[in-house]
Design a protein around this ligand. Structure first.
Ligand code: ZN
Length: 238
């Protein structure tokens, strides 16, 4: 992949984004830490001179990225360390990257169990679905087309084969919350994102077809390691 493939068009900042930038500045200046409370919505509206809807939208995004927890009646609390980006990478991208890393972390614990079960329990028919899903991914990647949906189908098929569909459902919910919270032009929406891990999916497919839980565990870890590596490079997240 060429370095320029990671670039996306420069977009003007939305009000929401400006609010979040201001909040990042406030959090740093006031040295707010995990567990600390963010000023009330009404106070934010007054100080920033923006409407309540904008404040809510901004905080909803942060909630989706796993940065804050909002409690009805008691306010909004920081649940992650938030600091501005010091380099060329925009702060929003850094925060998205860190959010995605936390998601990959959770994903890893669930996936390891799920793929091992799939290697034990997948039926002939489920194996065929997994094989077909992998073919679909490769076709899309070869044509340089978005492949994330196909990737999701591949992993969904594995979660179904695990015998407990909740694995897939929980991961899909976490994914959806994250994806809904990203800004336009996010590098994580780029169809090139994740390319490094594509061929490793073949190892996972083979492990399940061969009914080897140990290989399946190694394969999913390999995929997630590559994804993490790419997130760190793209965002300077740590
Ligand atoms: Zn995948």
């Amino acid at each position: 992949m060429r370095a320029a493939d990671y670039l996306s068009p420069i977009l003007t900042k939305s009000r929401t984004e400006e609010v979040l930038d201001a909040l990042v500045g406030m959090i740093e200046a006031a040295d707010l830490k995990v567990g600390d409370k963010i000023p009330a919505e009404t106070e934010l509206c007054e100080q920033l001179g923006v409407g309540r809807t904008t404040i809510r939208e901004a905080l909803n995004r942060w909630e989706g990225l796993g940065l804050v927890r909002r409690r009805r009646g008691s306010g909004t609390f920081l649940i992650a360390h938030i600091r501005p980006s010091k380099g060329l990478i925009p702060t929003k991208t850094k925060l998205e990257g860190e959010g995605l890393l936390r998601l990959v972390d959770i994903r890893r614990t669930l996936e390891i169990e799920s793929v091992q079960r799939a290697a034990r329990y997948a039926t002939k028919q489920q194996k065929e679905i997994i094989i077909a899903a992998y073919k679909k991914i490769i076709k899309l990647v070869e044509k340089d087309r978005p492949w994330m949906e196909a990737d999701r189908e591949f992993h969904d098929a594995i979660h179904l084969a695990s015998g407990n569909p909740l694995y897939g459902q929980i991961l899909a919910e976490l994914d959806d919350a994250f994806h809904a919270s990203k800004f336009k032009g996010s590098p994580f929406d780029n169809p090139k994102f994740g390319h490094r891990s594509v061929t490793l999916h073949a190892h996972l497919r083979d492990a399940i077809v061969e009914e080897s839980p140990a290989k399946a565990k190694a394969a999913i870890c390999g995929i997630l390691d590559k994804v993490e590596e790419e997130i760190r490079e793209l965002t300077g997240a740590n």
